[in-house]
Design a protein around this ligand. Structure first.
Ligand code: SF4
Length: 312
């Protein structure tokens, strides 16, 4: 069956402000899901709190709208319980890089096969435009009484430093380009970040559509090769990507900054320790009427045979 983008649209009315960059993100996501022909029953979108947190309501796949900053631990549990699922997180910069920053780092260290779509708009839109972790020091969007006195987090740099093996940036108003990035991120086996520049038309009068139009350019246009072809290139490619991520004033690059297909995913690391993990992950274990796991002796022996030490 070939699915269309409209097959992923739910019936829930989208209540984002007219003109919000979030519309571009969800449009690109519908198209990416359709072009990858992902089965809705095997796809999960997890979100935290914020304008972006509403995304699971608007996409007709499995969805969980969780607590502020906790989308990553929820998604981690879902993916590890059932590695067959495609798990995507839609979260804002305030949610994932403020209260959820510790989880953001932990996901990269584990290289779990999860895609993060970061709705990066430099403000807390849902709570009326306060400074978020990606707002640069000295800037004053209209809801701030004084200029911001904190330094900004660089999402690309933080992802690279944490161990994400696919790191990209898109722009919500260039949906064709963003759709291609989302497809690559979802297909990548490991932790993937797509940092999406997303104008908040209601509260951010600095990072507007006109602002980005003058600055954004595609990495592909300068012949950028993000892929770690051989393991011994990893450090050099990481350093280049990190240096490129610092370019964020007059010119703002979008595209894939870094892609490492060599580092094993967390699921593979667990399988190496427990060979039956992928065959019988927690979601496939049999439970009795009281909700207790029924021990399958064959699997049990497979799991523990590697840990049994023969003694005389
Ligand atoms: Fe979009 Fe900003 Fe409105 Fe939230 S407050 S829906 S981010 S324009």
């Amino acid at each position: 069956m070939v699915r269309k983008p409209s097959d992923y649209q739910s019936d829930v009315w989208i209540d984002w402000c007219p003109g919000c960059g979030d519309f571009g993100i969800v449009a690109a996501l519908y198209r990416a899901l359709a072009e990858l022909d992902l089965q809705p029953e095997k796809t999960v979108i997890v979100s935290g709190i914020g304008c972006s947190g509403k995304t699971p309501h608007f996409v007709k796949v499995n969805g969980v709208h969780t607590l502020h900053g906790r989308a990553i631990p929820f998604a981690t549990g879902i993916k590890l319980a059932n590695p067959e699922l495609t798990v995507i997180i839609n979260g804002g910069d305030g949610d994932l890089l403020g209260i959820g920053a510790g989880h953001f780092v932990a996901l990269g260290r584990r290289n779990i096969d999860i895609t993060i779509i970061l709705h990066n708009n430099t403000v807390y839109g849902l709570t009326k435009g306060q400074a978020s972790p990606t707002l640069k020091r000295g800037l004053r969007p209209k809801a701030l009484p004084k200029p911001n006195i904190q330094d900004a987090v660089n999402p690309i740099g933080l992802a690279l430093a944490s161990g994400y093996t696919f790191v990209a940036r898109g722009y919500s108003m260039m949906t064709d380009h963003l759709k291609e990035l989302l497809k690559k991120a979802i297909q990548h086996k490991g932790s993937a970040l797509v940092d999406v520049l997303q104008p908040c038309v209601t509260y951010d009068n600095i990072h507007t559509v006109e602002y980005y139009k003058k600055r954004v350019y595609k990495l592909e246009e300068i012949g950028w090769n993000p892929i770690v072809e051989k393991i011994d290139e990893r450090e050099e490619k990481l350093l280049r990507a990190w240096t490129k991520s610092l370019e964020h004033d007059d010119k703002i690059p979008i595209g894939v900054f870094y892609e490492d297909p060599h580092t094993p995913s967390f699921e593979d690391r667990i399988r190496d320790r427990l060979p039956s993990y992928l065959e019988r992950p927690p979601a496939r274990q049999i439970i009795d009427k009281e909700g207790r796991t029924i021990i399958d002796n064959e699997i049990f022996e497979k799991i523990f045979s590697t840990h049994i030490v023969e003694t005389e």
